[in-house]
Design a protein around this ligand. Structure first.
Ligand code: IMP
Ligand code: MG
Length: 182
């Protein structure tokens, strides 16, 4: 493993074996629930790319994949609720079953916005699948139909998640510990 960045270390919170098992279970549930109907996965970049890549391989349905990039104004580790679409979908979701694939739901502001936004584009159905849920910091309720793990209110990196673009390649979901913190 590459050496840590100065003043920071990471500590595994959800190990890659646990993630792999959960992703398989989620994929099987999605496969059963959609009963062979065509499904569009909307992957929220960049954090969900690794989760989505693994999840898609456990979904035995005719799926298509599209990608969206969102940013919320404000500090890098705190969501402001004002969401900007940095990269929009390439294809229409009108008349399609749509599943949003997200890395983590924190305040819920980002997904709350996106859910309403996509709903207005006329999908047949719209659901959310998130790898991680930090319920302690929720500000708005978000319907999470598929969820991997609930985690405490700690900043995490790895398995696609970053801080300032770093640590996305870690196989485990890890707590980020900065010097002077416990
Ligand atoms: P929300 O709008 O507060 O729910 O924020 C959701 C977004 O903030 C996620 O899609 C992530 O991009 C980012 N985020 C929230 N918590 C974390 C974390 O612990 N690590 C990395 N990114 C996070
Ligand atoms: Mg995200």
């Amino acid at each position: 493993m590459a050496p840590p960045y100065p003043g920071e270390r990471t500590e595994p919170l959800v190990m890659h074996e646990q993630i792999a098992h959960k992703v398989e279970v989620l994929g099987r549930r999605i496969t059963v629930d959609y009963e062979q109907k065509p499904l569009t996965l909307i992957v929220i970049l960049k954090g969900a790319f690794m989760f989505a890549a693994d999840l898609a391989r456990h979904i035995d349905l005719p799926i298509t994949m599209d990608f969206m990039a969102l940013s919320s104004y404000g500090e890098s580790t705190r969501s402001s609720g004002i969401v900007k679409i940095q990269k929009d979908l390439d294809h229409s979701v009108d008349g399609r079953h749509v599943l949003i694939v997200e890395d983590i739901v924190d305040t819920g502001l980002t997904l709350n916005y996106l859910f309403g936004h996509l709903k207005a584009r006329g999908p047949l159905s719209l659901r959310i699948c998130t790898l991680l849920d930090k319920p302690e910091r929720r500000k708005v309720a978000v319907p999470m139909h598929y969820k991997g793990f609930e985690i405490p209110d700690q900043f995490v990196v790895g398995y696609g998640l970053d801080v300032d673009e770093r640590y996305r390649n870690l196989p485990d979901v890890c707590r980020l510990i900065r010097e002077g913190e416990a």
